[in-house]
Design a protein around this ligand. Structure first.
Ligand code: S3P
Length: 444
Protein backbone atom coordinates (compact mmCIF):
# COMPACT_ATOMS: atom_id res chain seq x y z
CA UNK A 1 0.00 0.00 0.00
CA UNK A 2 1.21 3.52 -0.83
CA UNK A 3 2.63 5.54 2.03
CA UNK A 4 0.78 8.77 2.83
CA UNK A 5 1.82 11.64 5.07
CA UNK A 6 -0.68 13.43 7.22
CA UNK A 7 0.20 16.90 8.54
CA UNK A 8 -1.83 18.03 11.54
CA UNK A 9 -2.60 21.53 12.72
CA UNK A 10 -0.68 22.50 15.86
CA UNK A 11 1.74 25.13 17.02
CA UNK A 12 3.04 27.43 14.27
CA UNK A 13 6.36 26.22 12.92
CA UNK A 14 9.35 27.66 14.78
CA UNK A 15 12.77 26.06 15.16
CA UNK A 16 16.18 26.78 16.59
CA UNK A 17 18.20 23.81 15.53
CA UNK A 18 21.42 22.63 13.94
CA UNK A 19 21.04 19.79 11.44
CA UNK A 20 24.26 17.92 10.72
CA UNK A 21 22.92 14.84 8.98
CA UNK A 22 21.57 15.93 5.61
CA UNK A 23 22.48 12.87 3.52
CA UNK A 24 25.09 12.75 0.76
CA UNK A 25 24.57 14.39 -2.61
CA UNK A 26 22.68 12.30 -5.14
CA UNK A 27 24.54 13.47 -8.25
CA UNK A 28 27.95 13.08 -6.60
CA UNK A 29 27.08 9.64 -5.16
CA UNK A 30 26.16 8.28 -8.62
CA UNK A 31 29.42 9.60 -10.04
CA UNK A 32 31.50 8.18 -7.17
CA UNK A 33 29.95 4.73 -7.76
CA UNK A 34 30.64 4.90 -11.49
CA UNK A 35 34.20 6.21 -11.36
CA UNK A 36 35.05 3.96 -8.39
CA UNK A 37 33.99 1.00 -10.55
CA UNK A 38 36.00 2.10 -13.59
CA UNK A 39 39.24 3.02 -11.86
CA UNK A 40 42.30 0.99 -10.92
CA UNK A 41 42.39 0.33 -7.17
CA UNK A 42 40.07 0.45 -4.19
CA UNK A 43 37.78 3.40 -3.55
CA UNK A 44 36.24 3.84 -0.11
CA UNK A 45 33.28 6.20 -0.09
CA UNK A 46 31.75 7.67 3.04
CA UNK A 47 28.38 9.43 3.35
CA UNK A 48 27.23 7.68 0.16
CA UNK A 49 23.55 8.48 -0.38
CA UNK A 50 21.75 5.22 0.47
CA UNK A 51 18.66 6.23 -1.51
CA UNK A 52 16.93 3.90 -3.95
CA UNK A 53 18.39 5.72 -6.97
CA UNK A 54 21.99 5.61 -5.80
CA UNK A 55 21.79 2.06 -4.43
CA UNK A 56 20.43 0.94 -7.83
CA UNK A 57 23.58 2.35 -9.45
CA UNK A 58 25.72 0.26 -7.08
CA UNK A 59 23.68 -2.86 -7.90
CA UNK A 60 24.10 -2.22 -11.60
CA UNK A 61 27.90 -2.12 -11.30
CA UNK A 62 27.78 -5.27 -9.18
CA UNK A 63 25.83 -6.89 -12.02
CA UNK A 64 28.59 -5.69 -14.36
CA UNK A 65 31.10 -7.71 -12.32
CA UNK A 66 32.50 -5.02 -9.99
CA UNK A 67 33.13 -6.19 -6.39
CA UNK A 68 31.23 -3.68 -4.24
CA UNK A 69 30.65 -3.83 -0.52
CA UNK A 70 27.66 -1.74 0.57
CA UNK A 71 27.25 -0.86 4.22
CA UNK A 72 23.89 0.89 4.56
CA UNK A 73 24.21 1.30 8.34
CA UNK A 74 27.22 3.61 8.21
CA UNK A 75 26.54 4.81 4.64
CA UNK A 76 29.89 3.61 3.37
CA UNK A 77 30.80 1.76 0.20
CA UNK A 78 33.97 -0.01 -0.81
CA UNK A 79 34.55 -0.58 -4.52
CA UNK A 80 37.30 -2.73 -6.07
CA UNK A 81 37.67 -0.88 -9.36
CA UNK A 82 38.00 -3.12 -12.44
CA UNK A 83 39.56 -0.54 -14.76
CA UNK A 84 38.29 0.47 -18.19
CA UNK A 85 38.44 -3.05 -19.63
CA UNK A 86 37.17 -5.05 -16.67
CA UNK A 87 33.36 -4.84 -16.89
CA UNK A 88 31.51 -8.12 -17.59
CA UNK A 89 28.32 -8.81 -19.52
CA UNK A 90 25.39 -8.70 -17.05
CA UNK A 91 23.16 -11.76 -16.79
CA UNK A 92 19.95 -9.68 -16.62
CA UNK A 93 18.41 -6.39 -17.64
CA UNK A 94 19.83 -3.46 -15.60
CA UNK A 95 17.27 -1.51 -13.58
CA UNK A 96 17.87 2.14 -12.57
CA UNK A 97 14.49 2.42 -10.81
CA UNK A 98 13.45 6.09 -10.94
CA UNK A 99 16.84 7.55 -11.79
CA UNK A 100 17.31 9.71 -14.89
CA UNK A 101 20.92 10.33 -13.88
CA UNK A 102 21.48 6.59 -13.47
CA UNK A 103 20.16 5.65 -16.89
CA UNK A 104 21.81 8.50 -18.81
CA UNK A 105 25.27 8.18 -17.23
CA UNK A 106 25.39 4.40 -17.19
CA UNK A 107 24.26 4.17 -20.83
CA UNK A 108 27.37 6.22 -21.68
CA UNK A 109 29.45 3.45 -20.08
CA UNK A 110 27.48 0.54 -21.61
CA UNK A 111 27.62 2.03 -25.11
CA UNK A 112 31.39 1.54 -25.13
CA UNK A 113 31.47 -2.11 -23.97
CA UNK A 114 32.26 -5.17 -26.10
CA UNK A 115 29.08 -6.90 -24.84
CA UNK A 116 25.38 -6.26 -25.20
CA UNK A 117 23.17 -5.09 -22.36
CA UNK A 118 19.70 -3.79 -21.64
CA UNK A 119 18.92 -0.92 -19.28
CA UNK A 120 15.52 0.25 -18.06
CA UNK A 121 13.69 1.61 -15.03
CA UNK A 122 10.29 2.26 -13.47
CA UNK A 123 7.14 3.59 -15.18
CA UNK A 124 8.38 7.21 -14.93
CA UNK A 125 11.79 6.35 -16.45
CA UNK A 126 10.07 4.50 -19.29
CA UNK A 127 8.49 7.82 -20.32
CA UNK A 128 11.66 9.93 -20.22
CA UNK A 129 13.38 11.09 -23.42
CA UNK A 130 16.59 9.30 -24.38
CA UNK A 131 17.21 10.78 -27.84
CA UNK A 132 19.37 13.38 -26.08
CA UNK A 133 21.94 10.66 -25.25
CA UNK A 134 21.31 8.29 -28.15
CA UNK A 135 22.15 11.05 -30.68
CA UNK A 136 25.73 11.75 -29.47
CA UNK A 137 26.43 8.10 -28.59
CA UNK A 138 25.35 6.96 -32.06
CA UNK A 139 27.56 9.67 -33.60
CA UNK A 140 30.46 8.13 -31.64
CA UNK A 141 29.70 4.75 -33.22
CA UNK A 142 27.55 3.17 -30.51
CA UNK A 143 24.70 0.90 -31.54
CA UNK A 144 21.46 1.25 -29.60
CA UNK A 145 19.36 -1.55 -31.10
CA UNK A 146 16.71 -0.41 -33.52
CA UNK A 147 17.19 3.29 -32.80
CA UNK A 148 18.60 5.91 -35.14
CA UNK A 149 20.22 9.10 -33.88
CA UNK A 150 17.30 11.29 -34.88
CA UNK A 151 14.56 9.12 -33.38
CA UNK A 152 12.66 9.95 -30.21
CA UNK A 153 13.00 7.03 -27.85
CA UNK A 154 12.33 5.98 -24.27
CA UNK A 155 13.70 3.07 -22.18
CA UNK A 156 14.25 0.15 -22.23
CA UNK A 157 17.43 0.69 -24.23
CA UNK A 158 19.11 -2.33 -25.74
CA UNK A 159 22.79 -1.61 -26.29
CA UNK A 160 24.72 -3.75 -28.76
CA UNK A 161 28.44 -4.53 -28.45
CA UNK A 162 30.53 -1.55 -29.52
CA UNK A 163 33.32 -1.52 -32.02
CA UNK A 164 35.82 1.13 -31.02
CA UNK A 165 34.01 4.43 -30.35
CA UNK A 166 35.33 7.55 -32.06
CA UNK A 167 35.89 10.91 -30.40
CA UNK A 168 33.47 13.54 -31.72
CA UNK A 169 32.81 17.23 -31.45
CA UNK A 170 29.31 17.55 -30.09
CA UNK A 171 27.39 20.79 -30.08
CA UNK A 172 24.93 20.12 -27.27
CA UNK A 173 21.38 21.30 -28.03
CA UNK A 174 20.45 21.55 -24.30
CA UNK A 175 22.37 22.47 -21.15
CA UNK A 176 22.19 19.09 -19.43
CA UNK A 177 24.67 17.62 -16.96
CA UNK A 178 23.27 14.16 -17.62
CA UNK A 179 23.95 14.39 -21.36
CA UNK A 180 27.36 15.99 -20.83
CA UNK A 181 28.31 13.27 -18.34
CA UNK A 182 27.06 10.47 -20.58
CA UNK A 183 29.30 11.67 -23.42
CA UNK A 184 32.30 12.34 -21.12
CA UNK A 185 32.04 8.77 -19.81
CA UNK A 186 31.71 7.17 -23.28
CA UNK A 187 34.68 9.32 -24.38
CA UNK A 188 36.92 7.44 -21.91
CA UNK A 189 36.82 4.51 -24.38
CA UNK A 190 36.83 6.56 -27.61
CA UNK A 191 39.81 6.98 -29.88
CA UNK A 192 41.17 10.51 -30.01
CA UNK A 193 39.61 13.53 -28.39
CA UNK A 194 35.94 14.24 -27.66
CA UNK A 195 34.87 17.87 -27.53
CA UNK A 196 31.62 19.03 -25.98
CA UNK A 197 30.32 22.49 -26.72
CA UNK A 198 27.80 23.41 -24.03
CA UNK A 199 25.09 26.00 -24.74
CA UNK A 200 25.35 27.03 -21.06
CA UNK A 201 27.00 25.62 -17.96
CA UNK A 202 25.29 22.84 -16.03
CA UNK A 203 26.37 21.04 -12.84
CA UNK A 204 30.04 20.09 -13.17
CA UNK A 205 30.45 17.17 -10.74
CA UNK A 206 31.58 14.76 -13.46
CA UNK A 207 34.41 17.03 -14.63
CA UNK A 208 35.51 17.63 -11.03
CA UNK A 209 35.42 13.96 -10.11
CA UNK A 210 37.14 12.76 -13.31
CA UNK A 211 40.01 15.11 -12.44
CA UNK A 212 39.98 13.78 -8.87
CA UNK A 213 40.52 10.29 -10.35
CA UNK A 214 43.46 11.61 -12.40
CA UNK A 215 41.75 12.17 -15.77
CA UNK A 216 42.57 15.31 -17.72
CA UNK A 217 39.45 17.23 -18.74
CA UNK A 218 40.26 20.51 -20.48
CA UNK A 219 37.93 23.45 -20.27
CA UNK A 220 37.90 26.50 -22.50
CA UNK A 221 34.86 28.69 -21.93
CA UNK A 222 31.90 26.40 -22.46
CA UNK A 223 33.91 23.76 -24.36
CA UNK A 224 35.16 20.63 -22.64
CA UNK A 225 37.73 18.25 -24.17
CA UNK A 226 38.73 14.80 -23.01
CA UNK A 227 41.09 12.25 -24.57
CA UNK A 228 40.13 8.58 -24.63
CA UNK A 229 42.19 5.82 -23.05
CA UNK A 230 43.17 7.68 -19.88
CA UNK A 231 43.52 5.51 -16.78
CA UNK A 232 41.40 6.37 -13.75
CA UNK A 233 43.24 5.97 -10.45
CA UNK A 234 41.47 5.36 -7.13
CA UNK A 235 41.87 8.34 -4.76
CA UNK A 236 44.55 7.80 -2.11
CA UNK A 237 42.17 8.63 0.72
CA UNK A 238 38.53 7.90 1.41
CA UNK A 239 36.08 9.89 -0.67
CA UNK A 240 33.47 11.76 1.36
CA UNK A 241 30.26 12.79 -0.37
CA UNK A 242 29.14 16.25 0.79
CA UNK A 243 25.52 16.76 1.93
CA UNK A 244 23.01 17.32 -0.85
CA UNK A 245 22.01 20.97 -1.34
CA UNK A 246 18.90 19.79 -3.22
CA UNK A 247 17.74 17.91 -0.08
CA UNK A 248 18.80 20.78 2.20
CA UNK A 249 16.64 23.06 0.01
CA UNK A 250 13.43 21.66 1.58
CA UNK A 251 14.59 22.55 5.09
CA UNK A 252 15.96 25.90 3.95
CA UNK A 253 12.56 26.90 2.58
CA UNK A 254 10.85 25.52 5.70
CA UNK A 255 13.01 27.71 7.96
CA UNK A 256 12.51 30.79 5.77
CA UNK A 257 8.73 30.41 5.66
CA UNK A 258 8.22 29.29 9.27
CA UNK A 259 6.71 31.83 11.63
CA UNK A 260 9.97 32.34 13.54
CA UNK A 261 13.32 30.78 14.39
CA UNK A 262 16.26 29.49 12.40
CA UNK A 263 17.98 26.34 11.14
CA UNK A 264 21.68 25.76 10.57
CA UNK A 265 22.55 22.99 8.10
CA UNK A 266 26.16 21.85 8.17
CA UNK A 267 28.45 20.37 5.52
CA UNK A 268 26.28 21.27 2.53
CA UNK A 269 27.71 21.12 -1.00
CA UNK A 270 27.78 24.70 -2.31
CA UNK A 271 29.13 23.96 -5.78
CA UNK A 272 28.54 27.18 -7.79
CA UNK A 273 26.63 25.19 -10.44
CA UNK A 274 24.14 24.09 -7.76
CA UNK A 275 23.59 27.00 -5.38
CA UNK A 276 21.62 29.45 -7.56
CA UNK A 277 18.42 28.87 -5.56
CA UNK A 278 20.19 30.27 -2.47
CA UNK A 279 20.95 33.43 -4.44
CA UNK A 280 17.34 33.61 -5.62
CA UNK A 281 16.06 33.25 -2.04
CA UNK A 282 18.51 35.92 -0.82
CA UNK A 283 17.27 38.21 -3.62
CA UNK A 284 13.72 37.48 -2.41
CA UNK A 285 14.71 38.84 1.02
CA UNK A 286 15.68 35.53 2.63
CA UNK A 287 18.04 35.85 5.60
CA UNK A 288 20.63 33.24 4.65
CA UNK A 289 24.25 33.19 5.76
CA UNK A 290 26.91 30.90 4.39
CA UNK A 291 29.85 30.21 6.69
CA UNK A 292 32.76 27.88 7.30
CA UNK A 293 33.43 27.40 3.56
CA UNK A 294 35.90 24.60 2.88
CA UNK A 295 36.71 21.93 0.31
CA UNK A 296 35.75 18.27 0.68
CA UNK A 297 37.47 16.21 -2.04
CA UNK A 298 36.80 18.10 -5.24
CA UNK A 299 33.75 20.01 -4.01
CA UNK A 300 33.12 23.21 -1.98
CA UNK A 301 31.15 22.72 1.23
CA UNK A 302 29.74 25.20 3.78
CA UNK A 303 27.31 25.62 6.68
CA UNK A 304 24.09 27.45 5.88
CA UNK A 305 22.02 29.35 8.46
CA UNK A 306 18.50 30.35 7.50
CA UNK A 307 16.24 32.62 9.55
CA UNK A 308 12.51 33.12 9.14
CA UNK A 309 12.05 36.02 6.65
CA UNK A 310 9.51 38.16 4.81
CA UNK A 311 9.87 37.31 1.14
CA UNK A 312 9.18 39.19 -2.09
CA UNK A 313 8.61 37.19 -5.28
CA UNK A 314 10.90 37.33 -8.30
CA UNK A 315 11.42 36.08 -11.88
CA UNK A 316 13.50 33.02 -12.72
CA UNK A 317 14.61 33.02 -16.34
CA UNK A 318 16.31 30.66 -18.76
CA UNK A 319 19.88 31.45 -17.71
CA UNK A 320 19.12 30.52 -14.06
CA UNK A 321 17.37 27.26 -14.90
CA UNK A 322 20.28 24.75 -15.24
CA UNK A 323 21.59 25.93 -11.86
CA UNK A 324 18.36 25.41 -9.93
CA UNK A 325 16.32 23.00 -12.04
CA UNK A 326 15.72 20.54 -9.17
CA UNK A 327 14.81 23.31 -6.71
CA UNK A 328 11.96 24.82 -8.74
CA UNK A 329 9.26 22.73 -6.95
CA UNK A 330 10.40 23.93 -3.51
CA UNK A 331 10.97 27.50 -4.77
CA UNK A 332 7.34 27.45 -5.87
CA UNK A 333 6.46 26.72 -2.21
CA UNK A 334 8.54 29.74 -1.08
CA UNK A 335 6.56 31.76 -3.65
CA UNK A 336 3.32 30.93 -1.81
CA UNK A 337 4.64 32.77 1.26
CA UNK A 338 6.05 35.76 -0.67
CA UNK A 339 4.41 38.96 -1.90
CA UNK A 340 4.01 39.63 -5.61
CA UNK A 341 4.26 37.45 -8.70
CA UNK A 342 6.68 34.53 -8.95
CA UNK A 343 7.41 33.79 -12.57
CA UNK A 344 9.47 30.98 -14.11
CA UNK A 345 10.27 31.00 -17.84
CA UNK A 346 12.70 29.10 -20.08
CA UNK A 347 12.17 25.94 -18.04
CA UNK A 348 10.55 23.50 -20.49
CA UNK A 349 12.98 20.83 -19.18
CA UNK A 350 10.65 20.68 -16.15
CA UNK A 351 8.14 18.88 -18.38
CA UNK A 352 10.45 15.84 -18.71
CA UNK A 353 11.59 15.32 -15.12
CA UNK A 354 10.33 12.61 -12.73
CA UNK A 355 6.88 14.05 -13.54
CA UNK A 356 5.77 16.92 -15.76
CA UNK A 357 6.75 19.34 -13.02
CA UNK A 358 5.00 22.36 -14.54
CA UNK A 359 1.72 20.44 -14.40
CA UNK A 360 2.57 19.00 -10.96
CA UNK A 361 3.25 22.48 -9.55
CA UNK A 362 -0.01 23.79 -11.05
CA UNK A 363 -1.90 20.86 -9.48
CA UNK A 364 -0.26 21.35 -6.08
CA UNK A 365 -0.79 25.11 -5.89
CA UNK A 366 -4.39 24.76 -7.13
CA UNK A 367 -5.13 22.10 -4.47
CA UNK A 368 -3.89 24.57 -1.85
CA UNK A 369 -6.19 27.29 -3.16
CA UNK A 370 -3.53 29.42 -4.87
CA UNK A 371 -3.64 31.25 -8.20
CA UNK A 372 -1.27 29.70 -10.74
CA UNK A 373 -0.97 29.94 -14.52
CA UNK A 374 1.02 27.46 -16.64
CA UNK A 375 3.07 28.30 -19.75
CA UNK A 376 4.71 25.83 -22.11
CA UNK A 377 8.06 26.63 -20.50
CA UNK A 378 7.12 27.75 -17.00
CA UNK A 379 4.43 29.13 -14.74
CA UNK A 380 3.35 32.09 -12.66
CA UNK A 381 2.13 32.12 -9.03
CA UNK A 382 0.53 35.09 -7.32
CA UNK A 383 1.61 35.35 -3.71
CA UNK A 384 1.04 35.34 -0.87
CA UNK A 385 -1.41 32.43 -0.84
CA UNK A 386 -3.63 31.62 2.11
CA UNK A 387 -3.09 27.87 2.01
CA UNK A 388 -6.30 25.87 2.60
CA UNK A 389 -6.48 22.37 4.02
CA UNK A 390 -5.41 20.20 1.08
CA UNK A 391 -4.86 16.69 -0.23
CA UNK A 392 -2.17 16.26 -2.88
CA UNK A 393 -1.35 13.16 -4.91
CA UNK A 394 2.35 13.92 -5.69
CA UNK A 395 2.22 11.68 -8.80
CA UNK A 396 5.07 9.61 -7.38
CA UNK A 397 7.52 12.54 -7.81
CA UNK A 398 9.79 12.77 -4.75
CA UNK A 399 10.47 16.51 -5.00
CA UNK A 400 6.77 17.32 -5.42
CA UNK A 401 5.82 15.18 -2.41
CA UNK A 402 8.46 16.86 -0.19
CA UNK A 403 7.45 20.33 -1.44
CA UNK A 404 3.81 19.77 -0.48
CA UNK A 405 4.76 18.47 2.99
CA UNK A 406 6.94 21.55 3.60
CA UNK A 407 4.14 23.91 2.48
CA UNK A 408 1.75 22.31 4.99
CA UNK A 409 4.23 22.34 7.90
CA UNK A 410 5.42 25.92 7.28
CA UNK A 411 1.86 27.29 6.95
CA UNK A 412 0.48 25.19 9.81
CA UNK A 413 -2.22 23.79 7.52
CA UNK A 414 -3.71 20.32 7.89
CA UNK A 415 -3.00 18.29 4.78
CA UNK A 416 -2.53 14.81 3.34
CA UNK A 417 0.26 14.14 0.87
CA UNK A 418 -0.15 10.82 -0.90
CA UNK A 419 2.42 8.43 -2.38
CA UNK A 420 5.32 9.56 -0.23
CA UNK A 421 7.26 6.30 -0.81
CA UNK A 422 8.96 8.04 -3.74
CA UNK A 423 10.84 10.31 -1.31
CA UNK A 424 13.15 7.34 -0.67
CA UNK A 425 14.60 7.77 -4.17
CA UNK A 426 16.56 10.84 -3.06
CA UNK A 427 16.06 11.69 0.65
CA UNK A 428 15.17 8.60 2.71
CA UNK A 429 15.78 10.46 5.99
CA UNK A 430 13.35 13.28 5.11
CA UNK A 431 10.64 12.33 7.62
CA UNK A 432 13.11 11.36 10.36
CA UNK A 433 14.71 14.81 10.18
CA UNK A 434 11.35 16.58 9.90
CA UNK A 435 9.92 14.70 12.87
CA UNK A 436 12.79 16.07 14.98
CA UNK A 437 11.47 19.56 14.14
CA UNK A 438 7.74 19.02 14.53
CA UNK A 439 5.37 16.52 16.12
CA UNK A 440 2.65 17.34 13.59
CA UNK A 441 3.57 14.69 11.03
CA UNK A 442 2.15 11.19 10.81
CA UNK A 443 3.51 8.87 8.17
CA UNK A 444 0.83 6.27 7.46
C1 S3P B 1 21.53 15.65 -12.69
C2 S3P B 1 21.30 16.59 -13.65
C3 S3P B 1 20.04 17.34 -13.81
C4 S3P B 1 19.12 17.15 -12.60
C5 S3P B 1 19.10 15.75 -12.09
C6 S3P B 1 20.50 15.30 -11.69
C7 S3P B 1 22.83 14.97 -12.65
O1 S3P B 1 19.38 16.88 -14.99
O2 S3P B 1 17.81 17.57 -12.92
O3 S3P B 1 18.27 15.63 -10.95
O4 S3P B 1 23.15 14.33 -11.63
O5 S3P B 1 23.57 15.07 -13.63
P1 S3P B 1 19.77 17.45 -16.44
O6 S3P B 1 21.22 17.38 -16.56
O7 S3P B 1 19.08 16.58 -17.43
O8 S3P B 1 19.23 18.84 -16.46
Amino acid sequence: MAMNCEILKGNPASFQKIISDIPGDKSISHRAAILGSLCEGTTTISQYLMSEDCVNTLHIFKALGVPIDINTRDQSVQIEGVGLSGLKKPSHSLDVGNSGTGIRLITGVLAAQPFSSEITGDASIQKRPMKRIVAPLTAMGADIKGISASQNTTPPLCILPANKLLGITYDMPIASAQVKSCVLLAALWASGETKLIQPALSRDHTERMLRFFGVEVKESGLTLSIKGGQTLMAPSSSLTIPSDISSAAFLIVLALCAQSGYLTLTGINVNPTRDRFLQVLIKMGGKITISNERNVMSEPVADITVTSSDLQNTHISEEDVPFLIDEIPILSVAALFAKGVFKVTGASELRVKESDRIQSIVDMVSEMGGKVVAYDDGFEIEGPVKINKFRYGSGGDHRMAMSAVIAAVASNTPATVENCDCIATSFPQFFVILQRLTDRINVL
